[in-house]
Design a protein around this ligand. Structure first.
Ligand code: PLP
Length: 382
């Protein structure tokens, strides 16, 4: 048996999504910028996909721009804030995804912006008083704080933060890559300048995402070229990716409560079984809390002989999970998120298990058997 418990890294493509994409990989291949019938057909489907996404999020289709994924959108929002909205100061947190943190660090190193990191409590929650202090004592600010943390599952109080940002006239972006398709959004109610998504996190294809840009923002091109995406992002559109992403989002929101319930019960089951098996297990960040991202459980196992090799040994036994966020080299470095909340513990393995609506209880049971076998070997006295 092979069990996949790394859905925060990526999710399997749903069959319904593949079916929706297929005609655009085969029969309908026209360039959407072409004026002939082939192009008009694909242009139409791109605009239909945009309308589908806008309807699901309750915003205008003109506020949705397609990108190559979450990373590009994180970078794009930051560039627009600096170049077009006159932000001179960025506030973010030390536990953001690298697509935000490294982009902000780079701009700060180049001397283009001042960078402040907001304080966290020991579970990784954002200190909102500190956020206010930073906003009160700085020039026009771009606040970028993720909706849910991909490693420890902490969820940001989005409305509260958006109110604070409004009070200080700050530009607000939230990386919603881990929550899009997993939580409902109403963009008529939420006061936010940007949020973004990546299709492969909700059973869509890889290499495609979108950014919501509030209509009040007048954004200039970030990638110049053929003027696609109403001039904001040049380059021939990822036609079948866009079609797949819209379908994937539609499927997520069609049965959202059912998916949520299913995944929540699996997470709770796994957590309580592990608690019983290992009384001194630690749940990192907020991940055991009911309010946390229901797809993520981050645990530190007791000291065992196998601690350093645990991820590798689980993989050999057929259980795929993660020791931090997946990075391009495939290596897992010590997690900057666990490090920032003081949760890196030597001699003990920290593992993120992440679930999707396709995960089954049998798979959790299989993983639990392997985990119990591997983590029950105590450290030998030397
Ligand atoms: N932001 C968050 C919170 C993520 O979890 C990820 C993916 O791991 C990204 C951004 C990057 O998205 P993409 O893989 O589409 O570039």
């Amino acid at each position: 048996m092979k069990v996949y418990l790394d859905n925060a890294a990526t999710t399997p493509l749903s069959a319904e999504v593949l079916d929706a994409m297929m005609p655009y990989l085969t029969d309908h291949f026209g360039n959407p910028s072409s004026s002939h019938a082939f192009g008009r057909k694909t242009k139409t489907v791109i605009e239909q996909s945009r309308r589908t996404i806008a309807r699901l999020l309750n915003c205008a289709p003109s506020e949705i721009f397609f990108t190559s994924g979450g990373t590009e959108a994180d970078n794009l929002a930051m560039h627009v804030a600096l170049n077009d909205l006159d932000c001179k100061h960025i506030i973010t947190s030390p536990i953001e995804h690298s697509a935000v943190l490294k982009a902000a660090q780079k701009l700060s190193e180049l001397g283009l912006v001042k960078l402040s990191l907001v304080k966290l409590d020991e579970s990784g929650k954002i200190n909102l008083q500190h956020l206010e202090q930073l906003l009160a004592s700085n020039a026009k600010t771009y606040v970028t704080l993720m909706h849910a943390n991909n490693e420890i599952g902490n969820v940001l109080p989005l409305e509260e933060v958006s109110e604070i940002c409004k009070k200080y006239n700050a530009v607000f972006h939230s990386d919603t890559v881990q929550t899009m398709g997993h939580y409902a959004f109403d963009l008529q109610k939420l006061q936010i300048h940007f949020l973004n998504a990546s299709a492969h996190k909700f059973h869509g294809p890889k290499g495609v995402g979108f950014i919501y840009v509030n209509r009040a923002v007048k954004a200039n091109p970030d990638i110049v070229g053929g003027g696609q995406e109403r001039g904001l992002r040049g380059g021939t559109e990822n036609l079948y990716g866009i079609v797949g992403m819209a379908k994937a989002l539609e499927v997520c929101y069609r049965d959202l409560e059912e998916h949520q319930q299913h995944i929540r019960s699996l997470k709770e089951y796994m957590a309580s079984e592990m608690e019983q098996a290992f009384p001194d297990i630690i749940f990192n960040g907020d991940s055991r809390n009911k309010e946390s991202l229901y797809t993520v459980l981050n645990v530190t196992f007791p000291e065992t002989k196998n601690a350093d090799m645990l991820l590798f040994l689980l993989d050999l036994e057929g259980v795929a999970c993660s020791g931090g966020s997946a990075c391009s080299s495939g290596a897992t470095k010590g997690s900057h998120v666990l490090d920032a909340i003081g949760a890196l513990r030597s001699g003990r393995a920290s593992i993120r298990f992440s679930f999707s609506r396709m995960t089954t209880k049998d798979e959790i049971d299989f993983a639990l058997v392997k985990i119990k076998e591997l983590c029950s070997t105590p450290v030998l006295a030397s």
